[in-house]
Design a protein around this ligand. Structure first.
Ligand code: ADP
Length: 229
């Protein structure tokens, strides 16, 4: 039986393996339903582009495909998550380890907000790897594309600033499989934790469907109006 919220949850955490399409889904939920995205991966890459003290220490972890240590994520959170009252937050990429689970609970308490839905975008590892090889990113502004799913207007060129698009360093083939293993190892206990501990707020959508169907299912799971099919 699927539980559907009668009131859309204000704050949401989205989970999905690298290549699941969770970030595209998060962007669309942000654009059409007003969620403010809190994306640790994007915040970390921005710190690397700025080359600030945090960026200098996280760069090596990002390029290797390994997770950034919890202590640095804690610093990132302290720096970036100050005023949740500003909107409906959608967490994409956090929490990523069991060590970060109490960190989220701590931020909920301190800043006075509550996660109303944990949404899991389920995709098999094989499908996820196939998708990741087509991803591109703008090295200047961080805009993301996919050569099949979300191509730029001009091949390999950023629509926003004309920069030549590149593969993310962590989308290199040798790193892609490692990131899938890391997801299986670290995310499985987190998903079990919320599935068991907060079943009324935990939902799964089938991420292997065409994107429009994934989006419509996600909207329904969140109690939001789904686009007409
Ligand atoms: P993906 O979901 O495709 O892995 P993200 O942009 O969410 O992409 O994350 C990219 C990288 O950023 C991860 O491989 C990891 O190194 C780092 N990262 C992001 N969020 C966290 C986090 N909460 N804890 C540790 N590392 C993180």
């Amino acid at each position: 039986m699927s539980h559907r919220p009668t009131v859309p949850p204000t704050h949401v955490v989205i989970f999905g393996r690298p290549g699941s399409g969770k970030s595209t889904l998060a962007e669309r939920l942000g654009a059409e339903h007003g969620y403010v995205l809190f994306r640790t991966g994007e915040l970390l890459r921005a710190a690397v582009r700025r080359d600030d003290f945090l960026g200098q220490r996280v760069e090596v972890h990002l390029a290797s495909g390994n997770l950034v240590p919890d202590q640095l994520i804690f610093e990132l959170m302290e720096q970036s998550l100050k005023a949740p009252a500003t909107g409906k937050l959608l967490f994409d990429g956090f929490p990523r380890t069991m060590g970060q689970v109490p960190l989220l609970a701590d931020f909920e308490r301190r800043l006075g907000f509550a996660i109303g839905c944990y949404l899991d975008v389920a995709v098999t590892p094989g499908e996820a790897i196939a998708r990741m090889t087509g991803r591109r990113v703008c090295p200047t502004c961080g805009a993301t594309y996919h050569i099949v799913g979300k191509p730029p207007k001009v091949a390999e060129t950023c629509d926003l600033d004309g920069s030549h698009l590149v593969n993310r360093t962590d989308d290199k083939p040798e790193v892609v499989a490692l990131r899938q293993q890391i997801f299986d190892e670290y995310a499985t206990p987190i998903l079990d934790h919320y599935r068991r501990g907060a079943p009324e707020t935990f939902r799964t959508v089938d991420g292997e469907q065409p994107f429009e169907a994934v989006y419509a299912d996600a909207c329904r799971a969140l109690g939001l109006e789904a686009p007409a099919s």
